[in-house]
Structures are given as C-alpha cells and as structure tokens.
Design a binder for this molecule. Sequence first.
Ligand SMILES: [Zn+2]
Ligand SMILES: [Zn+2]
Length: 127
Amino acid sequence: MKKTITIEIDCCDVESCGREVSARYPCMNCGVVHCHNCRKTQGVVYNHRIYGCGTGDAYYCNACDALLRKQGADVLHNAYTSLGKIRKEIDEFVISMEQRASIVEDVIKKLNYAREGGKENEHDNNN
Ligand SMILES: [Zn+2]
Ligand SMILES: [Zn+2]
C-alpha cells in the first residue's frame, strides 16, 4: 500500500537560500528562521553566559538587532547585549594587562641582566 503524506519542514527564510533547517533557532523578536550558514551573515548570536554558550543563547536577525539596539526598550535583548559588552571589556582588559605585564617583564629582564654585571657583555667583549 502506498500512502501520500504531507510533512512540514522548516526552511531558511532567506529568499536566495530556502534550504531545510535542521535545528530551529528563530529570531527571538520576529521569528524569522535562518539556516546555519545564513545565521553567520543575517543575524547575531548572543551567548547566555560570559564563559559559555549553548541552550539559552539568543539569536536576533540583523534588522531586529539594529532596531532593538536603537529602541533600547527590550529588557532581554538589553541583557544579552550587556553581557556581550562585558565580555568585550574583559577581553580588552586582559590584552591591556598583558601589554603592561610584558613592559614590566622587559624591565625586570634588563635590570637583572645589568645586576649580574652584564656578564654576557664582558664575555662578548673578550671574544
Ligand atoms: Zn528578527
Ligand atoms: Zn539559509
């Protein structure tokens, strides 16, 4: 016996794409669905934890992300973007501290070298 069945599949809402979407992560504001590939260019993913991602992450299409940023009234979107900002600040802080540390490390290296009477220098001079 043959049966014809109708199945419903989720497809990417990007017109030029339209491929089937396996995991469904719609825009949390307008509900538009993007496939894995289109998500990279058509929207923004926000992690739900400062050091972690997965269930609880947010996805907003570019249009909604821009709109919500401009309006600044969506409490959840604001929280996600705040977390993103904090993450960025942590990264910048770490880089700046590493630069400062590297300058001091250089000073210590040079001072210790001088403290040891520049032995290697004498050695070099003897040659
Ligand atoms: Zn949207
Ligand atoms: Zn797509």
